[in-house]
Design a protein around this ligand. Structure first.
Ligand code: FAD
Length: 542
């Protein structure tokens, strides 16, 4: 089979036009094309008046060798890569069971791959099963009641469960591990088009049922889940020569679980866990992340700016955007985790703090488009010294946001026009912020650093030149967005184990090795392979 890429057709092409385009590009007759399937479908809307659909197709030809020879050296035709996943190990009988901490995308895939290899993992999750967790999460959104152990960040499915379910990533993936993640998602009930869409997304409702289906698969393979089980501390011993080695885990109920191969997939909000790891001497470094707000516009404005007369075309869906601006103060403002046709959600996990994020349903049919609008910050410049200083910085601004919102989990909001004019907002305008339980018009300078406000003042008009009405005076900014990525890295060596603590396998977003659902799932696969090899005494090299 051969893969032919960059086949471009007009947005409204007839279904048979794709076959004709294949024949024309390859210069072959109808009978020579035995079969074909779409491998990838994207759109190119750089010219709004001539939006194109861009395909990669897998073709089966009567004489593939001859066609390949004719196209030698042309990257748009190559042998279709074999993207099937091959497990790296099989567990012999009686091997010790590995433990996975966290049932987010990283822990879920670590658990699944370990289970598929026969290692019968034990998965410890501080939060609840996803259905119960959903009720608690909505409790904050509907009633302003935060459940500290069951919320948007904690519980089965992890942080991505109440999300837009965007499933793409910029990571290098020579082994097609992302494909394995998507394939497992489809088996668990995701729409099959996520395998071909260039920018797939699932939406929050389906994620809930998929997470349940994957739990059942892991259990059927001999894995075990323990919900409501928080890892409180780590027992580390010194072996011969002084090498540090993990011996087991202290759980919230006072019990001790012996474990010498532990995947640490706790996400970026497990602040108490990071503090314990630091206290136990596990090597942790501060790393850059970003802070800012969620910006909202009517989705129709974004659709029109992006797609012009083709706005709302069924093959295009709700328009997304990605923006970046380098400011004269040396900071970079960029859009983050844009959610077309979605809503801004309360994403706090600690009492007395306000944090924003975004989610949507599969249909992406809600009224507003929202996106993080954030400014990059870095340890050397903004939170030097302590490896955990970034966490304290997050807490500081989240607490001020809580106060600015009215100390009742309402979020502080400011209109773009007011921010640009340097005055507090006192009322809302044409754009109704979607954040629940509610918002309080105010001055965001009360809960964001001056350099962030200054950067927004420069970047918003620049973005308005790229997307019409982006800097509309009545667009809203809801704060604060602080959990963009982990503020720390729990550094691992080439064997995927903590730099200074054998047996501890830091993974996923919290450890600083992923950003987003897909990359967290991919990292879960890699870490499961490393654990399997370590248990079997094989060398592991990244
Ligand atoms: P997490 O998903 O954070 O999972 C960590 C798990 O560990 C949690 O379930 C937690 O309860 C558990 N845990 C923590 N500490 C302990 C402990 N001590 N003991 C036991 N268990 C513990 N990404 C995308 O790619 N696309 C999106 O559309 C998207 N939208 C998002 C929307 C929202 C509202 C949020 C909050 C995030 C979104 N993200 C999105 C980001 C994505 O969710 C994360 O990148 C991803 O979930 C990280 O996966 P993870 O497994 O590393 O960590």
């Amino acid at each position: 089979m051969l893969r032919l890429s960059e086949l471009k057709l007009p947005l409204d092409h007839a279904p048979e036009a794709l076959r004709e385009a294949i024949l024309a590009r390859l210069g072959i007759g109808d009978t020579e094309l035995l079969d074909w399937t779409i491998a990838r479908r994207a759109h190119d809307a750089r010219r709004r008046s001539a939006i194109l659909m861009v395909y990669s197709v897998d073709v089966t030809l009567a004489d593939e060798a001859a066609v390949l020879a004719r196209f030698a050296g042309q990257p748009r035709l190559r042998v279709t890569p074999d993207d099937r996943y091959v497990p790296v190990a099989t567990a012999p009988a009686g091997v010790p069971r590995p433990v996975v901490i966290g049932a987010g995308p990283c822990g879920l895939f670590a658990g699944l791959i370990l289970a598929q290899m026969g290692f019968r993992p034990i998965i410890l999750e501080r939060g609840k099963v996803v259905r119960e967790r959903t009720k608690d999460t909505w409790g904050l959104w509907r009633r302003g009641v935060l459940e500290p152990e069951s919320n948007v960040q904690y519980g089965e499915g992890g942080a991505g469960t109440f999300s837009d379910g965007k499933l793409y990533s910029q990571i290098k993936d020579p082994r097609f591990l992302g494909r394995k993640v998507l394939t497992e998602f489809v088996k668990a009930g995701a729409p099959p088009e996520i395998l071909t869409e260039a920018h797939p997304h699932i939406g929050t409702f389906r994620l809930v049922t998929m997470v349940e289906a994957m739990r059942q698969t892991i259990k059927d393979l001999g894995g075990e889940y323990r919900f409501g089980t928080r890892v409180e501390d780590f027992e580390v011993e010194r072996g011969p020569g002084g090498a540090r080695r993990l011996r087991g885990l202290h759980l919230h109920d006072g019990s001790f679980l012996e474990a010498d191969h532990v995947v640490l997939a706790v996400g970026h909000s497990a602040r108490d866990t990071f503090a314990r790891l630091h206290a136990r001497g596990v090597h942790i470094e501060a790393k850059p992340f970003s802070i800012g707000v969620r910006i909202e516009h009517p989705q129709s404005w974004v659709d029109e700016a992006r797609f012009g007369a083709c706005a709302r075309h069924p093959d295009l869906g709700a328009a997304a955007y990605s923006l970046s601006h380098h400011c004269t103060n040396g900071r970079t403002v960029y859009s983050f985790c844009m959610c077309p046709g979605g809503r801004v959600v309360a994403a706090a996990s600690e009492p007395g703090r306000v944090v924003t994020n975004g989610m949507s349903q599969y249909s992406r049919a809600e009224f507003n488009a929202n996106s993080g609008l954030v400014v990059g910050i870095e340890p050397e410049r903004d939170y030097p010294g302590d490896p955990l200083a970034g966490i304290e910085l997050q807490r500081h601004w989240e607490s001020l946001a809580f106060v600015a919102g009215g100390s009742n989990y309402n979020a502080p909001v400011q209109l773009v026009g007011d921010l640009l004019a340097g005055r507090a907002s006192t009322a809302l305008g044409a754009v109704t912020p979607s954040y629940k339980p509610g918002v309080t018009p105010t001055d965001l300078s009360a809960c964001l650093p001056d350099f962030v406000m200054e950067s927004f003042r420069e970047a918003l008009p620049a973005f308005g030149r790229q997307i019409a009405r982006y800097d509309h005076p009545e667009a809203t900014l809801t704060g604060v967005e602080t959990r963009t990525s982990s503020p720390i890295r729990i550094t691992r060596g080439r064997d995927f184990q903590s730099l200074n603590t054998q047996g501890l396998f830091p993974a996923g977003e919290g450890a600083g090795y992923a950003g987003g659902i897909l990359s967290a799932g991919v990292d879960g696969i890699k870490i499961a392979e490393a654990v399997a090899r370590a248990i079997l005494g094989e060398d592991v090299v990244e």
